[in-house]
Design a protein around this ligand. Structure first.
Ligand SMILES: O=C[C@H](O)COP(=O)(O)O
Length: 254
């Protein structure tokens, strides 16, 4: 059975103390909820990672992740953080290809393929984000965009490496807007992604791949989204900044 994941993406929010308080609350609330193949992941700014990883110790179903990494192993890249550094403080995941990185930092599929390789080489599990803009959806280009993001970003991986990838479908028009994709719209794309994985690798690989939905997911709509056959959890932005909302989304699996 593939892993079910609710991942929080704090983005550039929470100072150090606020982050520790929030994460402590989250652990207390979810420690009895996330069981079996279900996992809760919090992706924080770099400054929190070490402390959050320490707090998560002993909770098998709670993990932490970063929101980005550099594509090089090390070197003269002032201001950057390497995958090895992220791994060394106890993080298990890294978000790659978030639309905000693509939009504001010019990250393209070619660069993201390199970041994916570097993350995997350092034993980090990428949460690889894909999704179309409103303009692309209105032009009926969304399937083509999603396919090219998969092909150029992660389909160069061999089967063993690909098995470590978590995919997050995040329609850009739904991120932080309060406009959620309907469960039917999300399911349609998730099924498409799974079919593309089956065509590239095989059905067993497709069936084992965790595919998250992200974009204005909240305690009210999470249960319906997570009930869809190909939606295996969520990548949560705004609602992950409130412990009660985030926990209610985790509970939506039950
Ligand atoms: O990574 C998370 C997504 O960007 C979703 O953000 P949101 O839940 O605030 O819409």
């Amino acid at each position: 059975m593939r892993k079910k994941i609710v991942a929080g993406n704090w983005k550039m929010n929470m100072d150090y103390n606020e982050g520790l308080s929030l994460f402590s609350e989250v652990i207390n609330m979810v420690k009895d909820e996330a069981t079996g193949s279900q996992q809760v992941v919090v992706c924080s700014p770099f400054i929190h990672l070490h402390s959050l990883a320490q707090l998560a110790k002993g909770y098998a179903n709670v993990a932490v992740g970063a929101q980005n990494t550099h594509q090089n192993e090390s070197g003269a890249f002032t201001g950057e953080t390497s995958a090895k550094m992220i791994k060394s403080v106890g993080a298990a995941y890294v978000i790659l290809g978030h639309s905000e990185r693509r939009q504001y930092f010019g990250e393209n599929n070619e660069l993201l393929a390199k970041k994916t390789d570097t993350a995997l080489a350092n034993d980090l599990k990428p949460i690889f984000c894909i999704g179309e803009t409103l303009q692309e959806r209105e032009a009926n280009e969304h399937f083509g965009i999603i396919k090219s993001q998969l092909v150029e970003g992660i389909f160069h991986l061999d089967e063993a490496a690909f098995s470590k990838i978590v995919i997050a479908y995040e329609p850009v028009w739904a991120i932080g807007t309060g406009v959620t994709a309907t469960s039917a719209q999300a399911q349609e794309i998730h099924a498409f992604i799974r079919a593309e994985i089956a065509a590239k690798y095989n059905q067993a690989v497709a069936d084992a791949t965790t595919i998250l939905y992200g974009g204005s997911c909240n305690p009210k709509n999470a249960a319906e989204l997570f009930a869809q056959a190909d939606i295996d959890g969520g990548l949560i932005g705004g609602a992950s900044l409130k412990s009660r909302d985030f926990t209610d989304i985790v509970k939506a699996f039950n």
